[in-house]
Design a protein around this ligand. Structure first.
Ligand code: LLP
Length: 432
């Protein structure tokens, strides 16, 4: 039973295209995105909302992977986007993405970033802390402007995930604490501003989450806040934004439900909760990053050398590593890979896939069942699309890979490979 899609030559195909040919044409290391897969996942999210007849927005968390081409694809698919820096705002604007559909997140937005957002009429500022309320007020006063905002709350829901990713707990650098009454104070300050129009409330409970329970708890909590605020302050949010974090399959041991099934559960909980409290049904917004872009990404590497430590381990080294995917080193993330020339070949030994960086921790896959291979073979790692290239670095002055979008039998470079010249572009000589 063949598990992977292959063509007549037995080569792995990505979006219908031969992975070996892609590697030959664009060289390795290479990041390939199957654009149809990106669009499909967005369509699945849209369908759940439409089938349940609720108003919604899908706000792609562009930190997961941002480039002009990606902003253009999500715009074509009628998504909103989350941005978390002036840089993401700049790139999205350059891509022609409408500012009105941007939500600006961050726990330390600078004055310059807030000014830029107001100047370009960014749709929503996601207010994170008291300092930001004052700073934004000042910026709005100076520009005699108004803006729509949401309040980011920390609902105290801890989701099952790797600890680096837990942002919804009370002990978090993000958002207003609910329990201590800070969220209520924030509401009053925003309402008193006269320049901020509060559209709703937001919570993000974590990332790579596998259980629906945390989202249901967060949704209930947010509706409870809405009810309290209606009773106490006569304020009712139009929008409840439950953040992102829907987990994806990276390897054989991962068995998440489908991203859209998380959303189905959230919608149901929200409907039940508002009914109990006699509240109008809000617009439901989600902010998926990983679940939209992760599974659509493939990293292609060439095997360059091997080392056998007798009786202990075989290392198979590829031409990329922690510079293009830091996640195994940083989070002990577990990926899987196949040989592009015969992805369904039977494994004959377990090997360790090593990167080329000068660091012992630069291991891409700790334990990879490997068929017979040769130096020069192309290795394809799956589900690398989220927080891979996005977190890439020039460590060891290795150039960052090219990024290619494939769709309808065509491949297009959306980010060209970095050159040596690119990497010293910002440098000045010190001694002339
Ligand atoms: N919304 C907010 C406010 C967020 O902070 C995040 C992610 C998202 C949405 C999107 O979450 P997603 O659907 O992608 O899980 N570098 C880490 C992930 C950091 C996530 C940060 N916030 C990793 O590689 O696992």
């Amino acid at each position: 039973d063949a598990k992977y899609n292959v063509n007549d030559q037995g080569h792995l195909t990505i979006g219908g295209m031969d992975a070996i040919q892609l590697a030959n044409q664009f060289k390795t290391p290479l990041v390939v995105y199957d654009v149809a897969q990106i669009r499909n996942q967005i369509h699945h999210f849209q369908k759940v909302f439409q089938d349940n007849d609720v108003k919604y927005a899908i706000s792609y968390a562009s930190k997961a992977f941002a480039c002009l081409g990606m902003y253009q694809v999500v715009n074509q698919e009628h998504c909103h986007i989350d941005i978390v820096s002036g840089g993401e705002m700049y790139a999205a604007l350059k891509a022609g993405f409408p500012a009105s559909k941007m939500s600006f997140h961050g726990n330390n937005k600078s004055k310059a970033e807030l000014e830029m957002a107001i100047d370009h009429h960014v749709g929503l500022i996601m207010i994170d802390n008291f300092h930001e309320i004052d700073l934004l007020n000042q910026v709005l006063k100076n520009k005699d402007a108004k803006v729509d905002v949401m309040l980011r709350l920390t609902p105290g829901v801890s989701a099952h995930t790797h600890e680096y990713d837990q942002t919804g707990q009370r002990d978090s650098k993000f958002g207003f604490d609910l329990k201590s009454g800070q969220a209520d104070q924030a509401l009053q300050k925003v309402m008193a501003s006269g320049r901020m129009n509060l559209r709703g409330i937001h919570a993000h409970i974590g990332s790579q989450i596998f259980e629906v329970k945390g989202f249901e708890m967060a949704a209930q909590k947010l509706v409870e806040v809405a009810k309290n605020w209606r009773d106490k302050y006569d304020y009712v949010p139009d929008i409840i934004n439950v953040g992102g974090g829907f987990g994806i399959k990276y390897n054989e041991n991962d068995d998440p439900i489908r991203p859209e099934d998380f959303v189905e559960a959230i919608i149901k909980t929200m409907k039940d909760s508002v009914k109990d409290d006699g509240l109008p049904m809000p617009e439901i917004w989600i902010e998926p990053g990983r679940s939209i872009i992760g599974p659509a990404g493939y990293n292609l590497y060439t095997i360059g050398s091997t080392k056998r430590v007798p009786g202990i381990k075989t290392y198979v080294a590829v031409d990329g590593g922690m510079g293009d995917n830091i996640r195994p080193a940083l989070y002990q993330a577990k990926y899987e890979a196949v040989l592009a020339n015969d992805p369904n070949a039977k494994p004959v030994e377990d090997v360790r896939i090593a990167g080329k960086y000068c660091e012992s921790g630069d291991i891409l896959i700790q334990n990879q069942p490997m068929p017979k291979y040769h130096l020069g073979d192309v290795l394809v790692m799956f589900a690398t699309g989220a927080y891979g290239y996005a977190m890439a670095s020039n460590y060891n002055l290795n150039a960052r890979p090219a990024v290619v979008f494939v769709e309808n039998g065509k491949a297009k470079v959306v980010i060209r490979r970095e050159s040596y010249e690119d990497m010293i572009h910002l440098d000045n000589n010190y001694i002339n």
